[in-house]
Design a binder for this molecule. Sequence first.
Ligand SMILES: C[S@@+](CC[C@H](N)C(=O)[O-])C[C@H]1O[C@@H](n2cnc3c(N)ncnc32)[C@H](O)[C@@H]1O
Length: 286
Amino acid sequence: MPSLLQRGWSWLRAPANELAFAMRAVLRPSGRPAQLPHEAKTDAFSHLDPARAQAAAGIAAALAERFDLAALAARSTQAVWAGNLQHLACLSHLAAGLEVPHGPDGVVRAVDAGCGDFHYATALQRWLSRHAGLPRPVVLRGIELDGFVPHRDGSRRGGRARAHAALAATPGSEVHFQAADMTGLRLPEQDVVTAFFPFLSSYPCLRWGAPLSRARPRRFVQRAVATVRTGGWLLVVNQTAEEFAKLQHLLAGEPVRLLARRSWLCDLVPWHAATQGQVGSLWLRG
Ligand SMILES: C[S@@+](CC[C@H](N)C(=O)[O-])C[C@H]1O[C@@H](n2cnc3c(N)ncnc32)[C@H](O)[C@@H]1O
């Protein structure tokens, strides 16, 4: 829970966030080509005690085999690797015993709203494809409002997102990135719409460096629901129980019902203390 001082300080950033976003949106700088750096995974679980680290390595190996993570393992930092493992472990539990919705042609069409740099594109694609039953073709699109945020290597968020999307694609499946405002997009109906850590309140939005004027939680959630086809899923991961309560409130009048809810607490990531309180929820569109 941020202190009063932290909240106050974040508000001082609001004008700078607006200005920087407006300039990026007008100039649309392409930046350097995005490279996806690689790190060995040998000490990926050094934040855990030896017994737990061994167990975590076993879980990682099982996830890597089940979800075909070889390409990601060969081209990711430890942080990106761990983040993908966290989402796969938690997604698998959240939807245990359920089949991912798909079209009559067997293809799963999905949109991730507010995908940031889409560093978890592989986890999402693999889960949609392989969660239950035979692997299915997937058409996944990550949508991000602020695609031109600079990265420290000189590339831009959108460039990195495209690189992560390309890495996640498999023969027969497509993964795309689009820089756009989800609240203004008219997309074809999807089998699954996901949102990982959407801004439902002002503090995380300001801390992230995003423009508060564009954080419209009700519209964002309504658009996300409207994009899901009848019988499809809305999947949301929130930072805190408070945010999950806000999500429930925003969804109260929408044609969805809660299918499952689960903590996103996970010690596979070195920042596991920060995962305390994170909540994933799965909603069925009626
Ligand atoms: C907390 S970040 C999470 C990013 C990513 N999902 C992840 O888990 O790393 C929320 C993201 O949503 C994006 N966002 C906020 N409002 C949006 C909108 N209306 N349309 C598209 N993206 C939006 C923000 O720019 C930001 O990158």
